[in-house]
Design a protein around this ligand. Structure first.
Ligand SMILES: Nc1ncnc2c1ncn2[C@@H]1O[C@H](COP(=O)(O)OP(=O)(O)O)[C@@H](O)[C@H]1O
Ligand SMILES: [Mg+2]
Length: 272
Protein backbone atom coordinates (compact mmCIF):
# COMPACT_ATOMS: atom_id res chain seq x y z
CA UNK A 1 0.00 0.00 0.00
CA UNK A 2 1.41 3.48 -0.88
CA UNK A 3 2.45 5.45 2.18
CA UNK A 4 0.02 8.28 1.33
CA UNK A 5 -2.85 5.86 1.72
CA UNK A 6 -1.49 4.74 5.05
CA UNK A 7 -1.30 8.35 6.21
CA UNK A 8 -4.85 8.96 5.02
CA UNK A 9 -6.14 6.01 6.99
CA UNK A 10 -4.37 7.07 10.16
CA UNK A 11 -5.67 10.65 9.85
CA UNK A 12 -9.20 9.36 9.50
CA UNK A 13 -8.84 7.34 12.68
CA UNK A 14 -7.30 10.30 14.56
CA UNK A 15 -10.01 12.76 13.60
CA UNK A 16 -12.69 10.26 14.52
CA UNK A 17 -11.16 10.16 17.97
CA UNK A 18 -11.01 13.93 18.49
CA UNK A 19 -12.58 14.61 21.86
CA UNK A 20 -12.31 11.07 23.11
CA UNK A 21 -10.91 10.47 26.60
CA UNK A 22 -9.05 7.42 27.75
CA UNK A 23 -7.91 6.68 31.29
CA UNK A 24 -5.73 3.62 31.78
CA UNK A 25 -5.23 2.51 35.35
CA UNK A 26 -5.12 6.10 36.57
CA UNK A 27 -4.25 6.76 40.20
CA UNK A 28 -3.50 10.08 41.85
CA UNK A 29 -1.73 10.68 45.10
CA UNK A 30 -1.29 13.97 46.92
CA UNK A 31 1.82 14.41 49.07
CA UNK A 32 4.67 11.98 49.49
CA UNK A 33 5.53 8.86 51.43
CA UNK A 34 3.71 8.19 54.71
CA UNK A 35 2.17 11.67 54.57
CA UNK A 36 0.72 10.94 51.15
CA UNK A 37 -2.94 10.42 50.39
CA UNK A 38 -4.39 8.54 47.41
CA UNK A 39 -7.37 10.56 46.14
CA UNK A 40 -8.23 8.57 43.00
CA UNK A 41 -7.90 5.18 41.44
CA UNK A 42 -7.23 2.93 39.93
CA UNK A 43 -9.67 4.09 37.24
CA UNK A 44 -10.03 2.62 33.76
CA UNK A 45 -12.46 4.60 31.64
CA UNK A 46 -12.96 5.30 27.95
CA UNK A 47 -15.22 8.14 26.88
CA UNK A 48 -16.03 7.93 23.16
CA UNK A 49 -16.23 11.17 21.18
CA UNK A 50 -19.63 12.87 21.52
CA UNK A 51 -20.65 11.20 24.77
CA UNK A 52 -22.07 13.18 27.70
CA UNK A 53 -20.53 11.49 30.72
CA UNK A 54 -21.57 12.50 34.23
CA UNK A 55 -19.29 11.58 37.15
CA UNK A 56 -21.26 11.32 40.37
CA UNK A 57 -19.99 10.69 43.87
CA UNK A 58 -19.98 11.96 47.42
CA UNK A 59 -17.95 15.00 48.35
CA UNK A 60 -14.23 14.19 48.62
CA UNK A 61 -14.32 11.04 46.47
CA UNK A 62 -11.96 12.51 43.87
CA UNK A 63 -14.28 13.91 41.17
CA UNK A 64 -12.47 17.23 40.82
CA UNK A 65 -9.12 15.47 40.86
CA UNK A 66 -10.21 13.25 37.96
CA UNK A 67 -11.44 16.27 36.01
CA UNK A 68 -8.17 18.14 36.63
CA UNK A 69 -6.24 15.11 35.36
CA UNK A 70 -8.34 15.04 32.16
CA UNK A 71 -7.87 18.81 31.72
CA UNK A 72 -4.10 18.34 32.07
CA UNK A 73 -3.87 20.67 35.09
CA UNK A 74 -2.23 17.79 36.91
CA UNK A 75 -0.42 14.65 35.83
CA UNK A 76 -1.52 11.36 37.34
CA UNK A 77 0.95 9.78 39.74
CA UNK A 78 0.08 6.42 38.12
CA UNK A 79 -1.36 5.25 34.80
CA UNK A 80 -2.06 7.36 31.75
CA UNK A 81 -4.57 9.96 30.59
CA UNK A 82 -5.16 10.53 26.87
CA UNK A 83 -7.43 13.08 25.21
CA UNK A 84 -7.89 12.73 21.45
CA UNK A 85 -5.07 10.19 21.66
CA UNK A 86 -2.53 12.59 23.21
CA UNK A 87 -1.37 13.74 26.62
CA UNK A 88 -3.66 16.61 27.74
CA UNK A 89 -2.24 20.15 27.87
CA UNK A 90 -3.75 22.76 30.22
CA UNK A 91 -5.61 25.32 28.12
CA UNK A 92 -5.13 23.36 24.93
CA UNK A 93 -7.20 20.26 25.46
CA UNK A 94 -10.57 21.19 26.84
CA UNK A 95 -12.91 24.02 27.71
CA UNK A 96 -13.33 24.01 31.50
CA UNK A 97 -16.13 25.43 33.66
CA UNK A 98 -15.66 25.58 37.44
CA UNK A 99 -18.14 25.80 40.30
CA UNK A 100 -17.47 29.51 40.71
CA UNK A 101 -17.24 31.31 37.38
CA UNK A 102 -13.68 32.49 36.84
CA UNK A 103 -14.28 35.80 35.12
CA UNK A 104 -12.83 39.31 35.09
CA UNK A 105 -15.50 41.08 37.19
CA UNK A 106 -14.56 44.64 36.23
CA UNK A 107 -14.77 43.85 32.52
CA UNK A 108 -17.88 43.69 30.38
CA UNK A 109 -19.44 40.45 29.14
CA UNK A 110 -18.01 41.34 25.72
CA UNK A 111 -14.54 41.83 27.20
CA UNK A 112 -14.66 38.46 28.95
CA UNK A 113 -15.72 36.57 25.83
CA UNK A 114 -13.24 38.43 23.63
CA UNK A 115 -10.37 37.49 25.94
CA UNK A 116 -11.34 33.83 25.54
CA UNK A 117 -11.47 34.25 21.74
CA UNK A 118 -8.05 35.93 21.78
CA UNK A 119 -6.66 33.14 23.96
CA UNK A 120 -8.15 30.57 21.55
CA UNK A 121 -6.27 32.22 18.67
CA UNK A 122 -9.40 33.35 16.80
CA UNK A 123 -8.46 36.21 14.38
CA UNK A 124 -9.75 39.58 15.67
CA UNK A 125 -11.88 40.20 12.57
CA UNK A 126 -13.99 37.16 13.49
CA UNK A 127 -14.59 38.18 17.12
CA UNK A 128 -17.88 40.10 16.68
CA UNK A 129 -19.51 37.25 14.76
CA UNK A 130 -18.19 34.52 17.03
CA UNK A 131 -19.04 36.50 20.16
CA UNK A 132 -22.65 37.05 19.03
CA UNK A 133 -22.97 33.35 18.21
CA UNK A 134 -21.57 32.25 21.58
CA UNK A 135 -23.74 34.65 23.59
CA UNK A 136 -26.84 33.54 21.68
CA UNK A 137 -25.95 29.92 22.37
CA UNK A 138 -25.92 30.48 26.13
CA UNK A 139 -28.96 32.81 26.13
CA UNK A 140 -27.08 36.07 26.81
CA UNK A 141 -28.08 38.18 23.81
CA UNK A 142 -28.04 41.89 24.53
CA UNK A 143 -25.77 41.72 27.59
CA UNK A 144 -22.48 42.54 25.84
CA UNK A 145 -21.94 45.91 27.52
CA UNK A 146 -22.94 44.83 31.05
CA UNK A 147 -20.15 44.50 33.61
CA UNK A 148 -19.75 41.05 35.13
CA UNK A 149 -20.30 42.33 38.69
CA UNK A 150 -23.68 43.74 37.56
CA UNK A 151 -25.17 40.48 36.28
CA UNK A 152 -26.66 37.54 38.24
CA UNK A 153 -24.80 34.39 39.30
CA UNK A 154 -26.65 32.38 36.66
CA UNK A 155 -25.69 34.87 33.96
CA UNK A 156 -22.09 34.83 35.16
CA UNK A 157 -22.03 31.04 34.84
CA UNK A 158 -23.44 31.44 31.30
CA UNK A 159 -20.53 33.75 30.47
CA UNK A 160 -18.15 31.10 31.83
CA UNK A 161 -19.78 28.48 29.59
CA UNK A 162 -19.54 30.81 26.56
CA UNK A 163 -15.83 31.27 27.33
CA UNK A 164 -15.33 27.51 27.60
CA UNK A 165 -17.04 27.04 24.21
CA UNK A 166 -14.96 29.81 22.58
CA UNK A 167 -12.01 27.58 21.77
CA UNK A 168 -14.13 25.09 19.80
CA UNK A 169 -12.43 22.33 21.71
CA UNK A 170 -14.02 18.95 21.08
CA UNK A 171 -14.06 18.39 24.86
CA UNK A 172 -15.94 20.29 27.54
CA UNK A 173 -15.29 19.69 31.26
CA UNK A 174 -17.62 21.05 33.94
CA UNK A 175 -17.04 20.75 37.70
CA UNK A 176 -20.30 21.21 39.67
CA UNK A 177 -20.98 24.40 37.69
CA UNK A 178 -24.53 24.91 38.99
CA UNK A 179 -24.03 23.97 42.64
CA UNK A 180 -24.24 27.56 43.87
CA UNK A 181 -27.34 28.53 41.86
CA UNK A 182 -31.01 28.59 42.88
CA UNK A 183 -33.15 25.64 41.76
CA UNK A 184 -34.95 27.44 38.94
CA UNK A 185 -31.80 28.93 37.38
CA UNK A 186 -30.10 25.60 37.79
CA UNK A 187 -32.80 23.72 35.84
CA UNK A 188 -32.70 26.29 33.07
CA UNK A 189 -28.95 26.05 32.75
CA UNK A 190 -29.12 22.25 32.78
CA UNK A 191 -31.48 22.38 29.81
CA UNK A 192 -29.24 24.80 28.00
CA UNK A 193 -26.08 22.79 28.57
CA UNK A 194 -27.82 19.62 27.41
CA UNK A 195 -28.98 21.38 24.24
CA UNK A 196 -25.67 23.10 23.51
CA UNK A 197 -23.63 19.93 23.83
CA UNK A 198 -26.16 17.89 21.82
CA UNK A 199 -26.03 20.48 19.04
CA UNK A 200 -22.26 20.93 18.96
CA UNK A 201 -21.52 17.22 19.34
CA UNK A 202 -18.85 17.95 21.94
CA UNK A 203 -17.67 15.26 24.30
CA UNK A 204 -18.65 16.38 27.79
CA UNK A 205 -17.52 15.27 31.23
CA UNK A 206 -19.71 16.81 33.92
CA UNK A 207 -19.12 16.40 37.65
CA UNK A 208 -21.93 16.57 40.18
CA UNK A 209 -23.06 15.02 43.46
CA UNK A 210 -26.74 15.26 42.41
CA UNK A 211 -28.40 12.11 41.05
CA UNK A 212 -31.19 14.24 39.59
CA UNK A 213 -28.77 16.45 37.66
CA UNK A 214 -26.81 13.40 36.48
CA UNK A 215 -29.85 11.60 35.06
CA UNK A 216 -31.16 14.73 33.36
CA UNK A 217 -27.84 15.53 31.68
CA UNK A 218 -25.94 12.35 31.02
CA UNK A 219 -25.95 9.89 28.16
CA UNK A 220 -23.84 7.84 30.59
CA UNK A 221 -23.35 7.99 34.34
CA UNK A 222 -20.34 6.76 36.26
CA UNK A 223 -20.72 6.59 40.03
CA UNK A 224 -17.49 6.74 42.03
CA UNK A 225 -16.74 5.04 45.33
CA UNK A 226 -15.55 7.10 48.26
CA UNK A 227 -11.89 8.13 48.21
CA UNK A 228 -9.77 6.79 46.57
CA UNK A 229 -12.48 7.03 43.90
CA UNK A 230 -12.92 4.03 41.63
CA UNK A 231 -15.80 3.12 39.32
CA UNK A 232 -18.71 1.71 41.35
CA UNK A 233 -21.39 1.82 38.63
CA UNK A 234 -21.23 2.51 34.89
CA UNK A 235 -24.72 3.12 33.53
CA UNK A 236 -25.83 4.04 30.00
CA UNK A 237 -28.75 6.49 29.98
CA UNK A 238 -31.11 6.02 27.07
CA UNK A 239 -33.52 8.88 27.79
CA UNK A 240 -34.38 10.88 24.65
CA UNK A 241 -32.03 13.71 23.64
CA UNK A 242 -32.30 16.59 21.19
CA UNK A 243 -35.42 18.75 21.25
CA UNK A 244 -37.15 17.36 24.30
CA UNK A 245 -39.79 18.70 26.66
CA UNK A 246 -37.78 18.95 29.88
CA UNK A 247 -40.83 18.94 32.15
CA UNK A 248 -42.19 15.84 30.48
CA UNK A 249 -38.84 14.08 30.73
CA UNK A 250 -38.43 14.95 34.41
CA UNK A 251 -41.95 13.75 35.08
CA UNK A 252 -41.53 10.38 33.35
CA UNK A 253 -41.39 7.04 35.12
CA UNK A 254 -38.05 6.13 33.45
CA UNK A 255 -36.55 9.33 34.84
CA UNK A 256 -37.78 8.61 38.36
CA UNK A 257 -36.50 5.03 38.23
CA UNK A 258 -33.06 6.05 36.99
CA UNK A 259 -32.82 8.82 39.59
CA UNK A 260 -33.67 6.37 42.37
CA UNK A 261 -31.14 3.87 41.06
CA UNK A 262 -28.31 6.42 40.80
CA UNK A 263 -29.17 7.98 44.14
CA UNK A 264 -29.06 4.56 45.79
CA UNK A 265 -25.74 3.70 44.10
CA UNK A 266 -24.17 6.99 45.24
CA UNK A 267 -25.18 6.35 48.85
CA UNK A 268 -24.04 2.72 48.76
CA UNK A 269 -20.71 3.71 47.16
CA UNK A 270 -20.11 6.42 49.75
CA UNK A 271 -20.78 4.02 52.61
CA UNK A 272 -18.82 1.02 51.25
N1 LIG B 1 -4.20 19.70 46.24
C1 LIG B 1 -4.53 18.76 47.15
N2 LIG B 1 -3.65 18.37 48.10
C2 LIG B 1 -3.98 17.40 49.00
N3 LIG B 1 -5.15 16.77 49.02
C3 LIG B 1 -6.07 17.11 48.10
C4 LIG B 1 -5.81 18.13 47.13
N4 LIG B 1 -6.91 18.24 46.33
C5 LIG B 1 -7.79 17.36 46.82
N5 LIG B 1 -7.29 16.69 47.86
C6 LIG B 1 -7.97 15.62 48.61
O1 LIG B 1 -8.29 14.56 47.70
C7 LIG B 1 -9.58 14.06 47.96
C8 LIG B 1 -10.45 14.20 46.72
O2 LIG B 1 -10.65 15.58 46.47
P1 LIG B 1 -11.52 16.12 45.27
O3 LIG B 1 -10.98 15.56 44.01
O4 LIG B 1 -11.58 17.59 45.38
O5 LIG B 1 -12.94 15.45 45.58
P2 LIG B 1 -14.41 15.86 45.11
O6 LIG B 1 -14.29 16.80 43.97
O7 LIG B 1 -15.06 14.56 44.74
O8 LIG B 1 -15.08 16.48 46.28
C9 LIG B 1 -10.12 14.84 49.17
O9 LIG B 1 -9.89 14.08 50.32
C10 LIG B 1 -9.29 16.10 49.18
O10 LIG B 1 -9.15 16.59 50.48
MG1 LIG C 1 -14.98 18.76 43.71
Amino acid sequence: MPSSELTGTRDEVDSARAGSVRLDHVTHRYGRGGEGFTAVGPVDLTVPAGQFLVLVGASGCGKSTLLRLIAGFERPTGGSVRVSGAEPRPGGTAGVVFQTPRLFPWRTVRGNVDLALRYAGVPRAQWPGRRAELLARVGLEGTEERRVWEISGGQQQRVAIARALAAENPLLLLDEPFAALDALTRERLQQDVRRVTDRTGRTTVFVTHSADEAVFLGSRIVVLTRSPGTVALDLPITLPRGDIDAEELRGSREFAELRARVSHAVKAAAAA
